[in-house]
Design a protein around this ligand. Structure first.
Ligand code: 4AD
Ligand code: MG
Length: 463
């Protein structure tokens, strides 16, 4: 067996020990007497330096190694003389496992590539510093999210990917069908006959697991779902994907304030985890991607998130003297320029915006006593805008029915959702965290396409 470079650099092996490490060459510098190989295996940001002496039998081959050749190196762990690194390996054997054919045309030569170029090489970009660091931070955040919910008594529920309901009511669902796309069976009225389809009715990829997870919430009290969600919205922006991951907790016997506190708590928990576990990658983001990300995370874990009503936010935007592309008035759905003004200019940190007009929000949100607003809350973050959307749910059947009627939903399709309000209804609520937006926020990476392993966006899906 061989050692992970992260363990070696963290000092988990005693000096003078003989170790084997395996990985890929980042860089090689050689002269007639010895070669310095920087080897990485993805377990941490830093490569380890290996010194290969010219008396090794295959020194001629070693001296010609290029970026991304794969190696197994056995050697002695010694203290590093160079600065920046505490340990290095004095090689006794360098086994060349895989060479790089034609190094001059290798697409991931060790230099700075644009993120657009990296997206065009989706199969090779995991080898870069940037995508390696993003991947480790993404993993750290996902693990921390599961840990947070586990420690706080939430059950993880696997909600379905194939569904018949449009949770957000925005008509942005991808259809799932086994019908012949060119010649589907037709009804007499000229519409496609979906009773002939695989499920005997129309089916789609889910836009949110919320409605399903509510059924488990109304039995297990504290639940969450964390999985892929899909939106066929044609938004070609740096914060929209057609396939993204969402974290959706749902809490019984809870009001809007409880939901907002849970969001703030969970965010702080995962910020602390990434500060504790991935400082190597965070320092890289700070240096190369966005100055100040480490300081920002530290501040976030220490300060209270500002809470503000939608109505007050509209006032602030109107009095700001800013020229916005989209005009501001009570009732509008805030666009990202408005969200960013509030978070960046007005608050200077994340803001929890609450109590939105009911007409711009989904049917399931609880109507407030004013009859005009609903108990909704969004978390807006500087640099990115909305990262979380949530609400207290409408738990009163008559009001839910009236609302469904207003937005033209058929109560029969939602008999199961209505039943939750008929049989032991409870105040409850939850939120959805866009996981890629969180990773973008934490790392300072500008585009959500660069924080998911294989981005799917309009006209960009490949293998
Ligand atoms: O605000 P949204 O649409 O809320 C819901 O889906 C609720 N059912 C969640 C709930 O209460 N359980 O989406 C939630 C979050 C947004 O705040 C955003 O961060 C992210 O999901 N999101 C997207 N992320 C990437 N690409 C897209 N196209 C996204 N659409 C939403
Ligand atoms: Mg939203």
């Amino acid at each position: 067996s061989h050692a992970a470079i992260s363990d070696v650099l963290a000092g988990k092996y005693p000096l003078k020990e003989t170790l084997t490490i395996k990985g890929w060459v980042r860089t090689v510098r050689s002269n007639p007497n010895f070669a310095f190989i920087n080897l990485h295996d993805g377990s941490c940001f830093d490569p380890i330096q290996v010194i290969a002496d010219s008396n090794l039998a295959n020194y001629a081959e070693i001296a010609k190694l290029t970026t991304s050749c794969s190696l197994a190196i056995t050697g002695t762990l010694v203290e590093s003389a160079g600065k920046g690194q505490s340990f290095e390996i004095q090689a006794t054997e360098v086994e060349i496992i895989g060479l790089v054919e034609d190094p001059d045309t290798y697409p991931m030569a060790p230099k700075r590539h644009s993120v657009e170029y990296l997206r065009e090489h989706a199969h090779l970009r995991p080898r870069t510093n940037l995508i390696g660091a993003v991947t480790r931070v993404r993993n750290c955040l996902a693990q921390a999210i599961h840990r947070y919910f586990h420690e706080n008594g939430f059950q993880w529920i696997a909600t379905p990917i194939i569904t018949a309901s449009d949770c957000e009511g925005a008509g942005e669902m991808f259809r799932v069908s086994t019908l012949d796309a060119v010649n589907p069976p037709m009804k007499d009225n000229g519409e496609v006959d979906y009773s002939e389809d695989f499920f005997g009715k129309e089916a789609f990829l889910t836009v949110s697991g919320q409605l399903n997870v509510e059924t488990y919430c109304c039995a297990l009290s504290k639940v969450y779902t964390f999985g892929p969600t899909f939106r066929a919205e044609n938004s070609n922006t740096s914060r929209h994907l057609a396939e993204f991951w969402m974290v959706e907790p749902e809490i019984a016997f809870a009001d809007l304030a409880t939901v907002a506190s849970c969001a703030e708590d969970m965010l702080k928990y995962v910020f602390k985890a990434v500060l504790a576990e991935r400082m190597d990658d965070l320092e890289f983001f700070d240096l190369r991607v966005q100055k100040g990300v480490v300081e920002r995370l530290k501040t976030l874990t220490e300060s209270e998130f500002v809470r503000m009503d939608y109505t007050d936010a509209i006032d602030i935007l109107l009095k700001s003297g800013q020229k916005f592309e989209f005009p501001v008035e009570w009732g509008i759905d805030l666009s990202s320029e408005h969200e960013r003004y509030l978070a960046e200019k007005h608050v200077g940190g994340p803001v929890i915006l609450q109590n939105y007009p009911k007409d711009i929000k989904a049917f399931y949100m609880r109507l407030n006593d004013d009859g005009k607003t609903v108990a909704a809350m969004d978390v807006l973050a500087p640099g990115i805008g909305e990262i979380i959307g949530g609400s207290q749910r409408e738990d009163r059947l008559d009001i839910l029915d009236a609302r469904m009627h207003e937005v033209d939903l058929n109560p029969e399709d939602y008999y199961w959702y209505r039943d939750l309000r008929r049989y032991g209804s409870v105040p409850h609520g939850g939120f959805g965290l866009g996981f890629e937006r969180l990773v973008a926020y934490v790392t300072g990476v500008q585009n959500v396409r660069d924080v998911i392993p294989f981005p799917r966006a309009p006209k960009t899906a490949s293998f």
